[in-house]
Write a protein that binds this ligand. Structure first.
Ligand SMILES: [Ca+2]
Ligand SMILES: [Ca+2]
Length: 383
């Protein structure tokens, strides 16, 4: 419920490359090194190494659990050891794993919540149905309904990305897949299957901080005059944009500033939800930084040259894969196989928690916006 946008970014990249990977091969024992700083023979004993206790190869970067775990196991970052997969592997669609309790799959709130309730899972499994908080009925500055609709969504050229790991060079782990994914992203925007909106609550161009929410939605079915990449289109907001417990938008840029037309904004997270082909992957981007050139001085009319930088942690990426229906990845060997293969396809280049192990994949997106109008909430789908 708290992860609403999903791009098949990574999945698509993985699948495209999957066809080229040989089946049935076993990864070589990974050499790793936690203490040596020089190259050469490394005979340091490695705690928690999944495959070997003594390295004999040259120094390489520290790798979680000493490399990929065996089938049916996953890397426990806390102990740096391979452990059995929670709940014995993937749960069925609509189920979750009670990893900390029974180690069994369960249905949140036993599926008993009504349309005006949500399942609060902060307490004991399987959670409790609670009334959804009041959601907004008006949007935009002074309730004028005006939002900024994302009309361009593409993977940023690596040379123009942000430096996400502090080594002085730009990082975009997903840039290598841009020729494949970038077109899909923009197609989804153009067709209206991905509707992303920035909703300012105030708008300041003198450097004063202001807030804008990030909303997901749909093209208003009554608006046939615009396509989803032109100004003045009408859109509806998905209720999934909001935290049902608080009624506040799940993603917001809280201290955005505009100086001489240049927008700078940060958010701790950003959700990206795309449906490409038959795959729907809900990704969480962390440590998000958004910048761009805005017009005009009185109201937010457009954003050009917009760039959103952040990273996707391996944990969030695995969670996104776990959120797919059980049979979705069957043709690629199942979810566990995909999770094992992904690190070899898209290398982690950011250490998100400072423990010396790179555990996240940098990402930069080109995002431009034009004005649009919110007309209300997206109507529930007919059963
Ligand atoms: Ca860098
Ligand atoms: Ca780390």
């Amino acid at each position: 419920m708290n992860r609403f946008m999903n791009p098949a970014l990574v999945a698509i990249a993985a699948f495209a490359t999957f066809g080229l990977a040989a089946c049935g091969t076993t990864a070589a024992a990974t050499t790793d090194n936690t203490t040596d700083t020089t190259s050469g023979t490394d005979d340091t004993t490695i705690a928690g190494d999944a495959t070997t206790t003594t390295d004999t190869g040259p120094d390489v970067a520290k790798v979680a659990c000493g490399g990929a775990c065996k089938t049916g196991e996953t890397c426990d970052k806390a102990t740096d050891k391979c452990v059995a997969l929670p709940c014995g592997g993937a749960c069925k669609t609509g189920e979750k794993c009670d990893a900390k309790g029974t180690n069994k799959c369960y249905v949140p709130c036993l599926g008993a919540c009504t349309a005006t309730q949500y399942c609060d899972e902060t307490g004991a499994v399987p959670g409790a149905c609670k009334d959804t908080a009041a959601l907004p009925t008006k949007w935009g500055v002074g309730d004028d309904g005006k939002i900024q609709k994302v009309i361009k969504l593409a993977i940023t050229d690596k040379t123009k990305a942000c430096d996400m790991n502090g080594d002085g060079t730009p990082d975009n782990a997903l840039a290598g897949a841009s020729s494949l994914i970038g077109t899909n992203l923009q197609d989804a925007v153009k067709k209206g299957s991905v509707v992303l909106m920035f909703e300012p609550k105030t708008y300041k161009t003198d450097g004063t901080a202001f807030t804008f929410n990030v909303l997901i939605g749909d093209v208003d079915p009554t608006d046939t005059a615009h396509d989803a990449t032109t100004a003045g289109g009408k859109y509806t907001v998905k209720k999934e944009s909001y935290d049902p417990a608080t009624g506040k938008s799940l993603v917001a840029f809280n201290a955005a500033t505009i100086k001489a037309g240049q927008l700078e904004a940060k958010s701790d997270k950003f959700f990206l939800n795309l449906n490409i082909s038959s795959i729907s992957l809900a990704l969480t981007i962390s440590a998000v930084d958004f910048s761009g050139t805005t017009a005009d001085a009185n109201s937010w009319v457009s954003t050009t040259g917009g760039r959103l930088c952040g990273y996707i942690t391996e944990t969030d990426l695995n969670n996104a894969i776990d959120g797919l229906p059980a049979d979705m990845l069957a043709q690629f060997g199942g979810k566990d196989a995909v999770k094992k293969l992904l690190p070899t396809l898209i290398k982690s280049d950011v250490d998100s928690d400072g423990d010396g192990i790179k555990d996240a994949k940098s990402l930069a997106l080109d995002i431009d916006t034009l004005g649009g109008i919110v007309t209300g909430f997206t109507a529930p789908k007919a059963p």
